[in-house]
Design a protein around this ligand. Structure first.
Ligand code: ARG
Ligand code: ASP
Length: 719
């Protein structure tokens, strides 16, 4: 009987260790070897070579890293790119004023000439990927200390870079994978003239705002459009009126057939960061220490900003993006904590670790090599705990008080002036000016001082606090409003026009003078406290953890042989695949996989901050004027699938079995936001806006048919 039971547990452990089809962010170069067979069995109709091929145009040639933080895809032979509304938001905001409020009203160019340029925005194509692990790890041994290892790796990469075959206008970089057990080279092409073509009003592009963010069912038309411009030779070029629309190697065809439950889908893009191979102790720390601390700080910051935005239209424009960014991670962490708890992530990790340890112990060689790994990791993470918390406090708080950001910029510029070369100083000066110029455009001293008041009250709760903070606070009778008043009253750094003028006229004199500025001095002390009392220990422990995690990764790949491993996200191009499907969120709550325009109307609250619906969209709904984009009298809006995605995947194409565009990825469901740490295929779903809704908004709502006519619309299911 007991033998039978252990046989069953054995089988259970075995099956739970096999990577489930939906999990994983795969390296395009390795698809043929690692995934093609499974993808075909799930319904894919094309081959791995159609997705990634360096000898002729493949799907990867239509995918771009959008600005370094999102993904976009080329959808016409004239360089038209589509991404999310929240990815294009910075550009939309920069062109918005109280008179031309593109955030509120949307924007549509009527011809090339009306497309708007966006200094600093770029898109990057991946030309080629190569496994360079052998060269990079040449001379590296397990015995090396982290810094020694890193210098050998750096030297090898420098060496390798000298011999890379690439064109002069191309770039190349090397990135570590599997905790730097492997290295891959990426040859890229970056286009720097990217113009805004169109965006729906926020009441469509960000419908439901923060209330609906991370939530299914969803009804957001989260898209915006750009166009890549190139020099006359089709090569990357700085902005110029003479540039021409870029002719891509490949653009995506767009399917009008949508997706049915069970259909194969893939998402191709640039996922930013995941940590799927943490030990139980680290997962528990995130749940109990780091996420809660960051959530509590952001609770306060958001309440302050929201209060101002709701009563002041100018501040609403200025702070819209800042607010959305702060709220986005804040809400995600809350979902993450809930999801880690509800899926018993820590216990699952413990079970997995017990199996790992059992196998290691049974093999003398492994036992010598990996026997203490898990206990060493546990000890290191426990040591890390207070420093990780202090780091979160420091970064979360000082990063939100912009008077500190300004002071920090000036302090480091002064440093460069006094200690750096002339060249370094003039470069730094130009950079600082640019940075501050942007900052002040979206800065309100009133909001900032309120932030200071509530956030510094949190800052002093941490154990390691700047002595000057304590001193000043004592002088203000521990009264935060009074202290805030003392700091902000007469503070010249809150006046953007004065600072910018001073940096223009006589920067040297200004920098000398602000050496004794109250904010500069205070921030200096806060930063110095962090840099002396926290950072050194934090970095030392983190270095040890990195090394242990690397060995643990290598050990898992060796010991847990039946498991198919994928590398954590690191902002490089990946493909993930799964199926369109609903999910059971909790007892008796089952979610369907599609939403329709009817659902937008169900959520409609006239005049509401988050759920208003533009008049024209209501009219189109009433007349059911959906054209070729509707289906059985309804207009599809969003859908979900089991693709494994994360931040950075926003704007990524959702592709059907033939590689046609069927939607844009933009979010994940509430129950599954812990997928960065523990992917659970039963509840983790990515959310996409249906491409037919996007086309409907462009064509019928914005009447920008000149754009849809550029695209290639297909009906793969009618073949
Ligand atoms: N949660 C999504 C992502 O992580 C979408 C964010 C944009 N939408 C919003 N309402 N803030 O980025
Ligand atoms: N919304 C995310 C993004 O902006 C995607 C995600 O986290 O699921 O990249």
């Amino acid at each position: 009987m007991s033998r039978l039971r252990s046989l069953f547990t054995g089988i259970f452990v075995f099956f739970s260790l096999i990577a489930i089809a939906d999990e994983g962010m795969w390296i395009p170069l390795l698809l043929e070897r690692m995934n093609e067979k499974e993808m075909k069995s799930l319904g894919m109709k094309i081959s791995a070579k159609d997705i990634y091929n360096i000898n002729k145009g493949s799907l990867k040639d239509a995918i771009v890293n959008f600005g370094g933080f999102c993904t976009g895809e080329v959808i016409s032979s004239k360089g038209l790119v589509v991404t999310n509304h929240h990815c294009g938001f910075d550009a939309i905001q920069n062109h918005s004023t109280l008179d031309h409020n593109y955030i509120r009203d949307g924007f549509w160019a009527k011809n090339y000439g009306e497309e708007l340029s966006n200094p600093g925005l770029y898109v990057t194509f991946i030309v080629r990927i190569e496994d360079v692990s052998k060269q990079v790890l040449n001379g590296v041994t397990a015995a090396l200390a982290e810094n020694e290892r890193q210098s050998i790796v750096d030297k090898n990469i420098n060496e390798l870079r000298k011999n890379i075959k690439k064109e002069s206008y191309q770039d190349a970089f090397v990135r570590g994978f599997f905790e730097a057990n492997q290295y891959y080279l990426f040859v890229t092409e970056t286009y720097r003239d990217v113009r805004l073509v169109g965006a729906p009003p926020s009441s469509i592009g960000n419908f439901g705002k923060d209330t609906d963010n991370w939530i299914w069912p969803r009804h957001t038309g989260d898209f915006s459009m750009f166009r890549i411009y190139a020099g006359k030779d089709n090569k990357p070029a700085d902005y110029s009126v003479d540039n021409v629309p870029y002719t891509p190697k490949r653009s995506l065809s767009i399917s009008l057939d949508g997706a049915a439950e069970g259909d194969f889908t893939m998402v191709f893009g640039f996922p930013g960061r995941t940590t799927e191979y943490l030990p139980a102790v680290a997962v528990q720390q995130i749940m109990e220490v780091n996420d809660p601390a960051k959530i509590a700080i952001r609770d306060k910051a958001l309440a302050v900003i929201d209060g101002f935005m709701r009563k002041d239209e100018q501040i609403k424009i200025q702070y819209a993006e800042k607010y959305a960014l702060i709220a986005n991670a804040w809400k995600k962490w809350q979902g993450e904590v809930l999801g880690l708890a509800s899926t018993n992530a820590v216990d699952k990790k413990k079970t997995y670790e017990a199996e790992f340890q059992k196998r290691v112990n049974a093999n003398p060689q492994w036992k010598g090599q990996y026997g203490n790994l898990l206990s060493d990791l546990e000890a290191a993470y426990n040591e890390f705990r207070p420093y990780g918390l202090a780091r979160d406090y420091y970064l979360e708080i000082t990063g939100k008080i912009e008077l500190f950001t300004i002071a920090g910029q000036l302090n480091s510029l002064r440093n460069t002036k006094n200690n750096g070369t002339k060249n370094a100083y003039s470069e730094a000066l130009a950079k600082t000016k640019e940075k501050l110029e942007g900052l002040y455009k979206e800065y309100s001293p009133q909001v900032d001082r309120s932030l200071f008041e509530v956030l510094m009250e949190m800052y002093v709760k941490d154990k390691i606090v700047s002595p000057l903070v304590l001193e000043q606070l004592k002088a203000a009778n521990n009264d935060f409003p009074r202290w805030t008043d003392q700091l902000y009253s007469g503070e010249e750094l809150t006046a953007g026009n004065k600072v910018m003028a001073a940096l223009e006229q006589n920067p040297a004199e200004f920098l000398e003078r602000t050496k004794t500025d109250k904010a500069c001095v205070l921030y200096n002390d806060i930063a110095a406290t962090y840099n002396s009392a926290i950072a050194p220990r934090l970095n030392e422990i983190q270095g040890r953890i990195n090394k242990l995690q690397r060995t643990y990764m290598q050990a898992q790949m060796e010991v847990m042989k039946e498991k198919k491993f994928y590398p954590d996200a690191n902002s490089t191009l990946r493909l993930t695949y799964g199926k369109v499907k609903g999910y059971t969120a909790k007892d008796a709550v089952r979610y369907d996989y599609y939403t329709y325009l009817d659902g937008v109307m169900e959520k409609y609250i006239p005049g509401d901050y988050e759920f208003d619906v533009p008049k024209k969209l209501r009219e189109l709904y009433n007349s059911k004027d959906y054209g070729q984009y509707g289906k059985n009298g309804k207009l599809p809006v969003c859908f979900i699938a089991s693709n494994h995605t994360t931040g950075g995947n926003s704007g990524s194409p959702a592709l059907d079995a033939w590689g046609n565009l069927i939607g844009l990825n933009f979010d994940r469901t509430w129950e599954g936001t812990m997928s960065d740490i523990n992917f659970d295929p039963s509840i983790c779903r990515n959310i996409m806006v249906d491409i037919r809704y996007v086309l409907f908004i462009i064509d019928k709502y914005a009447e920008a048919g000149w754009l849809t006519r550029e695209m290639k619309l297909v009906h793969p299911k009618k073949k």
